[in-house]
Design a protein around this ligand. Sequence first.
Ligand SMILES: [Zn+2]
Length: 446
Amino acid sequence: MKRREFVKKSFIITAGLNAVYCGTKKKDKIKVILLGFDGVNWPTLDPLIEKGKLPFLKKLKEESAWAYFKTFKPAKSNVVWTSIASGKTMLKHGIVDFVYLKKNGLKVPYSKSDRREPLIWQILDEHKKRSAVLNWWCSHPPDKINGVMASDFLRRMATSKPEIFHKFVNAVHPVTYYKKFKELALLNNDYLKIVKKTGLPDFDGLYKKNYPGKDISKVPVIKSYKAYARHDAYIEEVSRHLLKNEDVDFFATYFRFPDVIQHFITLFLDQEYKENLKKHLINETLTREMNDEAVLKISDLLEPVYRYMENIIKDYMEIERKKNKNTYFFIMSDHGFSLFRGGYNHYGLPDNMKAPDGFLLINGPKVRQGMIKDAGVFDITPTILNLYDLPVGKNMDGRVLSEVFQLHRTKRFKTYKLKKEGEKERDKTYDEETLNDLKSIGYINK
Ligand SMILES: [Zn+2]
């Protein structure tokens, strides 16, 4: 063999071996886990971290990139979570409010059939990646992706009688997972057991104690607290089950309790303090100092709520780190809360007030720790696509948060289109239940 030929041949062999090596080195494959906690915000979380009440979150924040997560008005959860998963504004993705009126005057909730843009797991599906997605807003019926998906209808199984469980078969894709999810629903539906296990306060019992003689069934949001607690405890178990047992490239799950609890938390402030605060809010005489003091008091009340969140994050991270070393965690909310004339809330804000920031933490092997100066809800999908070294959507509205990662990535772009799956237009049972839910939290009127 001539020398030149030998060099050429051995090069080919080495290159071939490298290719095989890369292909089988499964442990090094990039994986992303997205954990959504509605309504979480730094002004109520940071004081507890500083007091040493949340040691795991303290350490996590120190070891992560984090940001005051920019969001937009109307800061409604279904609108914003769809922007997070699409990287696009509401005018592009089509979910612009909770409900709309049909020509015949009937109110219908915005749902998956109104969505006009593909979400991140559909884009990943196009690139042959496998996902597990749970409980996302406006996700019913679930997308038929490679992997597992349970829509935001599934959680209601935890508050339904077993006789009607069959209603939830179409909330699960593929349907083979239904049996296991049914088992988990039967194990996670007892309110008092859930309060004990999660450490969430028995706000239902506390309200009845603090407000004797008042009819809880007439008080917005808290009247449904027992159901919300059961829904999230169930989602927690389904998520844990999939995290442990599924081999996926992308995992996303969503929890609602930090938002719903903040919607009624001011009921638990000292009565006199609460009345005084209300007076100042209505008269618009609340000073900066008074605002900060009230936020600190709310933060104290939220301690067990954030501890539950901390336990979920810690446990999921431990499960994952045992299996894979190259996993990136994106932990976030969709908005925070503000004190204004309308109370302690995140929508219905006056024109001169911006949508309250949410929280964002990014953790993983090649993450630069510290504050990200500018990060918002539109940046998540482009950033995750770039992390997988995939093209970013051409008309996405966010940017790749490239300063966060010590990785070399070239930015490439592509147009991704939503492929309609040809299923029936709307699921009436889901629509009805969604309307009832939106009414009970006060997001829409009767
Ligand atoms: Zn809310």
